[in-house]
Design a protein around this ligand. Structure first.
Ligand SMILES: O=P(O)(O)OC[C@H]1O[C@H](OP(=O)(O)OP(=O)(O)O)[C@H](O)[C@@H]1O
Ligand code: HPA
Length: 185
């Protein structure tokens, strides 16, 4: 069950947030990611795994830029659950059978502490992936448990929303990436 934000709180959070990346910045980042991923994966018939839920927006915008043979599935592992600090990774969907022998591309919105991506990559190899390539739209400027192969844009270590990233389960649809004000964090 997710908590609702009342409209006044929603508007106040939005008015205090700072835009760190515009839609034009993200478009340019997606173009760079697509070129890099094409160089790495064209001809390998990869199985793309969208990491739910935050990975949906980057997946939707990136896939039409990948002009080669691929298939799409999803994986669901969550550790924030609407909170602004992460906890234990909760597995909700792990497509183990589909992964065996495949070249996997994991697509997610953000590499923050890197715990989610690190555990997803380990799980893919445990499930018999032939290779695993990782791509994130945003990498936070902080130490991570792992790195991503392809990164769209690096942003400061603040709590972010937009382009799939949520604040209390809202703002995934914001048309830019915004840092939440200290008072709201
Ligand atoms: O690098 P980390 O510190 O592990 O954090 C990154 C993960 O956190 C978010 O997922 P979340 O658990 O919030 O689920 P969501 O995708 O449903 O928002 C985000 O989508 C990444 O998957
Ligand atoms: O900064 C963030 N914003 C939204 N979701 C997240 N998951 C990890 N870090 C973040």
């Amino acid at each position: 069950m997710t908590q609702k934000l009342n409209p006044e709180t929603y508007a106040a959070v939005a008015s205090r947030a700072e835009c760190l990346a515009t839609a034009a910045d993200i478009d340019a980042a997606l173009d760079r990611m697509a070129a890099d991923l094409t160089a790495r994966l064209a001809g390998q018939d990869p199985l793309v795994l969208c990491v739910m839920t935050g990975g949906t927006v980057v997946s939707g915008l990136l896939l039409p830029r990948l002009n080669f043979q691929l298939r799409l599935d999803y994986i669901h592992a969550s550790r924030y659950q609407g909170a602004t600090r992460g906890g234990e990774l909760d597995w909700r969907h792990r497509p183990s059978e589909a992964i065996r022998g495949e070249h996997i591309l994991v697509l997610d919105d953000i590499l923050d502490e890197g715990i989610t991506l690190d555990q997803i990559v380990r799980a893919c190899y445990e499930d018999g992936a032939a290779s695993v390539t990782t791509a994130v739209l945003v990498e936070k400027e902080r130490p991570h448990a792992c790195t991503a192969d392809v990164v769209g844009i690096c942003l400061p270590d603040r709590y972010l929303y937009g382009y799939g990233l949520d604040y209390k389960n809202y703002f995934r649809n914001a048309p830019g990436i915004y840092a939440v004000a200290e008072v709201d964090y």
